[in-house]
Design a protein around this ligand. Sequence first.
Ligand code: DAH
Length: 335
Amino acid sequence: MRGLGELKEKIVSLEADLGLRVEELDNEKAVEAFRIEYLGRKGRVSQLFKTLPEFDVNERAQAGKLLNELKEKASSALNIRKGELSAASIKRRVERDRVDLTLPGIYHRVGHLHLLTRVQQEIESIFLRMGFSVASGPEIEDEYYNFEALNIPKDHPARDEWDTFYIDDTYLLRPHTSPVQIRVMKDSDPPVRIICPGRCYRRDNQDATHSPVFHQVELLWVEKGLSLANLKYMIELFVYEFFGEECEMRLSGDFFPFTEPSVQVHIRVPGSSEWLEIMGAGMVDPIVLAEVGYDEEQVNGFAFGLGIERMAMLRYGIEDIRTFLGNDLRFITQF
Ligand code: DAH
């Protein structure tokens, strides 16, 4: 026959053992192993439960109660320990994954548009706002559009500076964007209000201000009753918008076979003593209007051709046109 005294002693020692061991359990696996050792079907507490039939009937209920209390205690101590361990492991993971916002980020180099493209787009946007649209033409151009239609016959001395880079007897790399005027007028009836930006080619040797490849923006406005004063006013609006109102501008006489009268436009940017030519312009020659089939008695117009590199050089103080083509990131990334 078992006695309650003996059972109580065992329970006290089991409890003491529980208190000591639980503290040492340092992972969830160890907790489970201990649970099996203690509370499992063949565990130490279950062994004691199995002795219950050996108790005196009067003490059996009391013994069962004591064992149940031990079981409860053990199971809750293990649950608490398990909870602590899982909280600690979450905390560790959070520590490990914490993002330090003060660390420098990963740097990705982002490209951007080339300065010439940006300047071209800015010029386009100024004229788009004034109601012009953007047209384009081929860089390999037909002699007819490039010269004859612009009133530059074969033997005309003006061909000299533009007569260049022939592909065959008919086609050449265009030395200016003016042939686009002809293409547009042949394609559409007046009124015409266009700008044509694009690449041009010349026989020029490369130096600080010349390049065999460069860019122009052509402008053409044909309608009824336009005058040189309209042209001047429009150029003024453009120049002040692009360079600022402190910029000075002047028109002087010039000659182009496709305009009459013809002018050249010089500007002087603030702080500079030099006047620099930025474009050729003029009233479209009636011969050109007649050539494209317009009634030169009814409509007239004006046009200009502007160098994009020039505009960029003046605005950003770039002294050598070759830097645009140099493909040097130290230059390109400045803008
Ligand atoms: N095409 C001329 C050149 O490249 C510039 C020019 C002058 C264009 C007068 C025009 C113009 O449209 O009217 O030198």
